[in-house]
Design a protein around this ligand. Structure first.
Ligand SMILES: *Cc1c(COP(=O)(O)O)cnc(C)c1O
Length: 361
């Protein structure tokens, strides 16, 4: 078996020990004579896995007791609708900060539900190369909430500070940087993250939500779309994606074993430092579009002098076992996704390749 260096943006690489655990447990989970997929979602075996996954999220992030941890379906895109359906009542308006393609989608979807405002946008000619500054934000002090995207997966930018919103609840799409390091959950009213970038396979979305915010949510929407429904039933209102939750459990248990989020942050900073170091060493060849202070530690984007060279870069890297390096179809260029599961050695290997590529180009 040869495993490649997988730099895909999502679904993305998973830690090998978490997959090996799934392999060992696949046919006979915990001596029950069946896989976890074949268990009832209401039985003891799955319940234990489900509760462990939730408590691992709580442990890793020090989630306060007055926040729910929910496992929902439909991806982050589903949250684009669920957030306004719950938190944006008629007569109120919600603020959105646009920093990339995903925040645009969240904004557009909310506009189908109610009144939305753009509190800031860093778009120039359909591209986003930076995070705004606090002075640029035009916040509505009576907004129902302020929505932001903490890491912009397509454009390779990331927030390294949080907007001061006063009493307005902050809602964050953290799909591509959830658990990359510790955060202060109290700063947020609601956080959501599709698992398939940083913490598991696709199929499950983690939501952290302040209890009072959800309890005060709209009651005039179908029950399946209400956070309160899922909170009241510990995310078991209907059949959850059991295997995806099981794998998230494996990934998070492994994260705790390897030193938790402090160690994760140390590794992630080291990996990003190696890559940006290689880019900055040859600014004549590797063209980094993102402003320095807005650079992402999760998705590193750059361009080469020609599209022809970019194609060669991707093809030749793949030949050496490094895959997933082509930029998003809407942006082009190169994108290296270095989520939690990417080993430092994979990044070192890529940096070597980059140096050799410049030398022979
Ligand atoms: C991938 C991604 C999404 C979309 O996730 P789905 O699970 O496909 O709906 C939304 N927001 C961000 C920041 C993402 O990276």
């Amino acid at each position: 078996m040869t495993r490649v260096h997988n730099f895909n943006a999502g679904p993305a690489a998973l830690p090998l020990p978490a997959l090996e655990r799934a392999q060992r447990e696949l046919l006979d989970y915990d001596s029950t004579g069946m896989s976890i997929m074949e268990h009832s979602h209401r039985g003891k075996a799955f319940e234990a896995v489900h509760d462990e996954a939730i408590s691992l999220v709580r442990q890793l992030l020090d989630v306060p007791d007055d926040y729910h941890v929910l496992f929902l379906q439909g991806g982050a895109s589903h949250q684009f609708a669920m957030v306004p359906l719950n938190l944006l009542p008629p007569g109120k308006s919600a603020d959105y900060i646009l920093t990339g393609g995903w925040s645009e989608k969240a904004y557009q979807e909310a506009g189908r539900v109610g009144t939305v405002r753009i509190a800031a946008s860093t778009e120039v000619d359909k591209r986003y190369t930076r995070i705004p500054r606090q002075e640029e934000l035009q916040l509505d002090p009576s907004a129902a909430y302020l929505h932001m995207t903490t890491n912009n997966t397509l454009f390779g930018t990331q927030w390294h500070w949080l907007p001061d919103t006063g009493n307005v609840p902050l809602v964050a799409d953290m799909s591509s940087d959830f658990l990359w390091r510790r955060i202060d959950v109290r700063r947020f009213g609601l956080i959501y993250a599709g698992a398939q970038k940083n913490i598991g396979p696709s199929g499950v979305t983690v939501v952290l939500a302040r209890k009072d915010l959800i309890d005060g949510g709209r009651k005039d929407v179908p029950v399946i779309f209400r956070y309160a429904t899922h909170a009241a039933s510990n995310s078991l209102y209907n059949t959850p994606p059991t295997f995806a939750i099981y794998l998230v459990r494996n990934v998070l248990a492994y994260t705790v074993e390897t030193g938790g989020l402090d160690e994760m942050e140390r590794r992630n900073r080291h990996k990003a430092g190696l890559l940006y170091g290689a880019i900055d060493e040859r600014p004549d060849f590797f063209l980094a579009p993102v402003e320095n202070e807005s650079r992402s530690f999760m998705n590193v984007v750059f361009r080469l002098p020609t599209e022809e060279l970019e194609k060669r870069f991707v093809t030749e890297a793949a030949r050496e076992g490094m895959v997933g390096l082509a930029g998003h179809r809407s942006t082009g260029g190169i994108r290296v996704s270095i989520y939690n599961a990417i080993e430092v050695t994979s990044v070192e290997r890529l940096v070597e390749f980059m140096k050799a590529f410049v030398a022979r180009a």
